[in-house]
Design a protein. Structure first.
Length: 294
């Protein structure tokens, strides 16, 4: 099924209950036109409707301009900073072709900004003034609302992407692996399970029966499982990159403690062919890091 279906049905229901657009609809039909959303517009193609208005709500007047400007947001979507980021952006870049302009709700803008602006800041990009949330209508007005549950709800964990690019480490020597373990605050051998494969952002669980602490650093051994589960909950991009599409896997991860959270810096897949990793883990019990020798 096409993404965006539920929110689109909700919007149509609101329109049926709302008053006639009157003169505004007549003006809108004269001043803009409906055009098919092209395949080349990767941001919004197959979002749940097939036609958009030109000019759009960001005052882009040609499809070429729309495609060019919208493509610059694809890297942010890849960071999975908020489940509703695509709906929010497409409501502006490719407004649905109805008798009136439908803006995103202010609350939707604020939710996406809260999760995505920090990720943009990692790369030196501020939240643009053109997306100032105060410009958008309040929730009691006709607008596109958030689809995901509020991140403050205990029943929904809102993933947030980290600033750090996190990838599975390729094979290296046992010595290099030992040096990496020494350089980090903690090192743990864990098993990660993918909870679902149907949503844009996957949820991951730590297998509590398969946690082997190699180095706990400033953490208590007993708190490491809960800290690592927190990491899996809030850093979807890192976990996704490490899992590489698999449903379950065993990994040796190491990282640092940052105030109330842990950040994974290195991750190695625990596989038979990675003999250097096996050797490093065996040697770790008797290994002395440089600072221990001084």
């Amino acid at each position: 099924s096409r993404s965006g279906g539920p929110w689109l049905l909700g919007l149509m229901a609101q329109l049926l209950l709302s008053s006639s657009p009157g003169a505004w609809a007549s003006y809108l039909r004269r001043s803009s036109s409906c055009m098919p959303i092209p395949h080349r517009m990767a941001l919004c193609y197959d979002i749940g409707y097939s036609e958009m208005r030109i000019p759009n709500l960001l005052e882009h007047e040609t499809m070429t301009e729309v495609i060019q400007q919208s493509s610059s947001w694809l890297p942010l979507l890849a960071r999975e900073c908020h489940p509703d980021a695509r709906i929010f952006l497409c409501s502006l870049f490719a407004p649905i072709c109805l008798d009136r302009l439908i803006y995103p709700c202010r609350s939707l803008c604020e939710a996406v900004k809260r999760s995505c602006a920090p990720v943009m800041a990692c790369y030196g990009y501020p939240w643009p003034e053109i997306l100032n949330c105060n410009k958008f209508p309040a929730d009691h007005e006709l607008c596109i609302a958030a689809v995901s549950m509020d991140e403050n709800s205990s029943s929904r964990r809102m993933p947030r992407a980290s600033c750090k690019d996190c990838e599975l480490e390729e094979s290296s020597t046992a010595r290099e692996i030992l040096e990496s373990l020494c350089a980090n605050d903690f090192a743990v051998k864990i098993r990660i399970l993918r909870k679902n494969t149907t949503t844009t952002i996957s949820d991951f669980d730590l297998d509590p029966s398969r946690v082997e602490v190699l180095k706990h650093g400033p953490l208590l051994r007993t708190e490491i499982p809960s800290r690592l589960q927190q990491w899996l909950d809030i850093d979807a991009t890192c976990a996704q990159n490490i899992m590489r599409g698999t449903h379950a896997g065993v990994f040796v991860v190491s990282g640092e403690v940052q105030s109330d959270k842990v950040v994974v810096n290195k991750a190695y897949a625990w596989q038979k062919r990675n003999r250097n990793l096996h050797q490093a883990v065996r040697r770790w019990k008797h290994h002395r890091c440089p600072e221990q020798m001084g």
